[in-house]
Design a protein around this ligand. Structure first.
Ligand SMILES: Nc1nc2c(c(=O)[nH]1)N[C@H]1C(S)=C(S)[C@@H](COP(=O)(O)OP(=O)(O)OC[C@H]3O[C@@H](n4cnc5c(=O)[nH]c(N)nc54)[C@H](O)[C@@H]3O)O[C@H]1N2
Ligand SMILES: Nc1nc2c(c(=O)[nH]1)N[C@H]1C(S)=C(S)[C@@H](COP(=O)(O)OP(=O)(O)OC[C@H]3O[C@@H](n4cnc5c(=O)[nH]c(N)nc54)[C@H](O)[C@@H]3O)O[C@H]1N2
Ligand code: SF4
Ligand SMILES: [Mo]
Length: 764
């Protein structure tokens, strides 16, 4: 194969698989899995391979764009764009203060340490609370729970996959998502290994997902997780299975938690969870009796009405059974940069230190609920949101009630986006500024360091120079900051130094953090310690730091602060008191809508890659055969799906992988109008039109959007506008027409997976 091979890693999702890029004449022409990456060992999924098409996409934005009077965009120079943005932003800040400026930071941003650090610094320097991200649609409840349990939102446990005997997955589908808040390449193999060594993997999910089909499926009613966990605790305390020594030594408030759980025996919660009491008792006993049991919740456990309580109860169950911070249980990473300590020192490890102007929600890591953005723009008064930046995000599709947000965006005085594409959101921006892809920037997996089991670090230089006039986000942020006279640094001391003319780059900052961290070389004082240069020069494939996750990390960290695990903090007590005894039924909306992810989609942004769109695939609503028969809906039939807030028309896919009464529709579709032509040609619908952005509908403790378990009704569509053939091709394409998962053996070719059954296809 011609061209230079450059070793790097993928940054689409959290396993961060090793990649080898082929570079010809300065162009990235091909991506292949890196056989020498010690964790991913030659594995990459179809999205990772297709990233070459995103990178070279003719629809990609490569020059600064300015919106014209008729709503289209024209190319302008960087100076022209930055000067005008600086002037307009400066005028808003002078008039209303920094608190009128906001930022929505999307999911791909989190994969870039420089982007993450400079956005935080920019907003801190402005002194604004309008910081929004994908977190309130994803994981902020998990951070809030950690703040309540451990006093630090960034201390998040991960399942000790290599040693656990019992893994309970709650609302996670890692065979498709590849794992999240957990960086574990080849996760399917890791899960299979648990079973092979005599352990169990139970998957609590309303849908028989590929992960559930492969292991033990425990179907649950949407949003029943809090009741399920309370019942498991009830069984554990009632049957004397609790590890009282662990509880007495390391926790406060466990008796109170036990009393709260006592009110929820499995028989009582069965109507709410849909789980047979015997099944739940068996699960609870198995966890208590396993040598090491790990309980792991992901988005399906986060996006109901009680996400923070659920995340809290997951760790409480681990603590009650002595499985927290111990081998084979839920463990805490101990990476070479102690992110929890750094975050504490520079003041970003915050929870409930500020409240949102609308709805009085607590901040989580400085983030406010993104569902509130529209209302923050619409509502006059002190702190009204007047200028909004959106980087690496598409909230019109990803946040509840995109229609309302879209309207509100039109009321802003200034909107600026930094992105690879003109998407459904930044189509409303005054400027769209071209970002580099991750292959055009250096990276270090700062936010994911503690989520690797075993601990692992990796550094990569950029693989190719930025295409066109694309620039890294931190550079763009720095340029705008200079024009309004601020320094966008995440550390207050650095902002002071900037006043003396001393400026720093993210590359310098990350090296400083690494070298002075627990694994650092202390600038030569610690032999064998790490620096960025050392990682780059000696460990291009990444470096495994230990065979196993260390145990006892939490104990050590809490001891230093003279703190214990809090099992009955006030906000949780109040939340428990608020838990309704029964589900609120509305006969007008008898079904429950949940989300799902697809192997060949990545939220909203990979529908323009031809490799991923092959086979005429489109979005479809999964409906159980019983519900379909009752409603007289067949495969491919167009249906109207309505919630109290909105309606969409979708083709139906009848499948017994659903539980009766529950329907599933993927998010990230509903493309129109932006610059991505192939995506627009396969548009689908925006499921989040059915979700509510009202403050009263958000989860109280972290402002989580309510996206799983939305009450809906379904009927045959009256409109002939949906082509029914699309739906049936959506069903068929899962097995046959999809691109193969890549695996690199001795030859550099992509081989087809051994099986094309939908339960195993391409997920590892
Ligand atoms: N291919 C692909 N991979 C991805 C992404 C993608 O879009 N495509 N997105 C990435 C991102 S941003 C993230 S955050 C991760 C998410 O990673 P995961 O959370 O593992 O991904 P999901 O497939 O959404 O899994 C959530 C599961 O929860 C179930 N569920 C829904 N409601 C409930 C409920 O009330 N209770 C329970 N117990 N389960 C419920 C759903 O059926 C679904 O199977 O995936 C990442 N990886
Ligand atoms: N109903 C429902 N809604 C959901 C979810 C769900 O499960 N159900 N999941 C939620 C979750 S977990 C998430 S994470 C969110 C995602 O929501 P968002 O983060 O708002 O949206 P994405 O679809 O990830 O869009 C990312 C944008 O970033 C751009 N981009 C990609 N790489 C880069 C880069 O390196 N730099 C820059 N500047 N731009 C880049 C892409 O072109 C795209 O426009 O969706 C949430 N919404
Ligand atoms: S699973 Fe796929 S998208 Fe995720 S990091 Fe690996 S190759 Fe990239
Ligand atoms: Mo996410």
């Amino acid at each position: 194969m011609a061209g230079e091979r450059v070793v790097t890693y993928c940054r689409i999702c959290e396993p961060l698989c090793g990649m080898v890029a082929t570079v010809e004449d300065g162009r990235l022409t091909e991506l292949r899995p890196d056989p020498d990456n010690p964790l991913s060992r030659g594995y990459a999924c179809p999205k990772g391979i297709a990233m070459a098409e995103v990178h070279n996409d003719p629809d990609r934005v490569l020059h600064p764009l300015r919106r014209t009077g008729d709503g289209s965009f024209e190319q302008v120079s960087w100076d022209e764009a930055l000067d005008d943005i600086g002037n307009r932003l400066g005028a808003i800040v002078n008039r209303d203060g920094g608190g009128a400026v906001g930022w929505y930071f999307g999911n791909p941003g989190a994969f870039s340490y420089s982007h993450t650090l400079w956005v935080g610094g920019f907003l801190d320097a402005l002194g604004t609370s309008h910081y929004y991200s994908a977190g309130s649609q994803d994981v902020n409840n998990r951070f809030a729970a950690s703040a309540l349990l451990y006093g630090n939102p960034v201390l998040v446990p991960v399942p000790d996959l290599t040693r656990t005997d019992f893994l309970m997955l709650i609302g996670a589908n890692p065979l498709v998502s590849h794992g999240s808040v957990l960086s574990a390449p080849r996760i399917r193999e890791q899960l299979l290994a648990i079973v092979e060594r005599g352990g169990r993997v139970a998957v609590v999910d309303p849908r028989r997902t590929p992960t559930a089909a492969q292991f033990e499926h425990v179907p649950i009613r949407p949003d029943g997780d809090a009741w399920m966990l309370l019942s498991m605790l009830q069984v554990i305390f009632e049957e004397g299975l609790a590890d009282e020594r662990y509880l007495a030594e390391q926790t406060d408030g466990w008796q109170e938690l036990a009393r709260a759980a006592a009110a929820h025996p499995p028989e009582q919660t069965a109507p709410r969870t849909g789980i047979e009491p015997d099944v739940l008792r068996d699960l609870a006993r198995a966890i208590a009796q396993a040598e090491g049991a790990a309980i792991y919740g992901r988005t399906g456990s986060c996006l109901g009405r009680h996400g923070t309580l659920v995340a809290f109860l997951i760790d409480a169950l681990a603590a009650a059974t002595g499985n927290l911070d111990t081998a084979g249980g839920s463990v805490f990473g101990d990476p070479p940069i102690a992110l929890d300590e750094v975050a504490e020192r520079i003041g970003i490890a915050s929870y409930d230190e500020r409240r949102s102007r609308i709805g009085n929600f607590p901040d989580v890591l400085g983030n406010m609920p993104a569902s509130l953005m529209a209302e923050e723009i619409e509502t006059p008064g002190e702190g009204q949101l007047r200028a909004l930046f959106v980087s690496a995000g598409n909230p019109v599709l990803s946040v509840p009630d995109g229609d309302r947000l879209e309207q509100a965006l039109g009321e802003l005085e200034l909107m600026v986006s930094i992105d690879l594409y003109v998407n459904e959101t930044n189509a409303h921006a005054d400027y769209v500024l071209p970002a580099t892809t991750f292959y055009e920037r250096d990276d270090f997996p700062l936010p994911f360091l503690a989520f690797h089991v075993p601990p692992f670090v990796h550094y990569t230089e950029r693989v190719v120079e930025p295409a066109g006039e694309a620039r890294e986000e931190w550079w763009t942020i720095d340029q705008i900051a200079r024009r309004i006279g601020i320094a966008p640094y995440p550390v207050p001391a650095l902002r002071l130094l900037a006043k003396l003319g001393i400026r720093i780059t993210p590359q310098r900052l990350i090296d400083l953090l690494l070298r002075t961290g627990p694994g650092g070389d202390l600038f030569g004082l610690r032999r064998g310690g790490l620096s960025i240069a050392k990682l780059r020069d000696r460990h291009p494939h990444g470096l495994v730091l230990a065979d196993q996750a260390p145990g006892g990390v939490l104990k050590r960290k809490l001891a230093r602060k003279r703190r214990r695990i809090q099992l009955a903090p006030d906000p949780i007590r109040e939340e428990l008191a608020r838990l309704p005894a029964a589900e609120e039924e509305d006969p007008d909306f008898p079904l429950r809508l949940i989300g799902m992810r697809e192997l060949r989609s990545h939220n909203s942004w990979m529908h323009n890659a031809p490799l991923l769109m092959r086979g005429g695939r489109t979005q479809a609503l999964r409906v159980h055969p019983e519900d379909a028969a009752r409603l007289d809906l067949g495969d491919g039939v167009a249906a109207s799906l309505e919630s109290k807030g909105g309606a969409v028309e979708v083709p139906v896919l009848v499948t017994d992988e659903m539980t009766p009464g529950t329907v599933a529709l993927p998010h990230g579709w509903g493309h129109r109008g932006g610059g991505w032509k192939l995506a627009n040609a396969n548009r689908g619908v925006n499921v989040n039109r059915l979700a509510s952005s009202d403050a009263g509908d958000l989860e109280r403790l972290a402002g989580m959007a309510f996206l799983n378990g939305i009450p809906v009704r379904l009927s045959a569509s009256q409109s002939p506008s949906i082509r029914s053939t699309e739906a049936s091709s959506a069903g068929r394409s899962r097995g046959s027409a999809a691109p193969p998962a890549a695996s690199l053996g001795s030859s550099a070719s992509i081989t087809s997976p051994p099986s094309n059954r939908s339960s195993t296809f391409g997920s590892m």
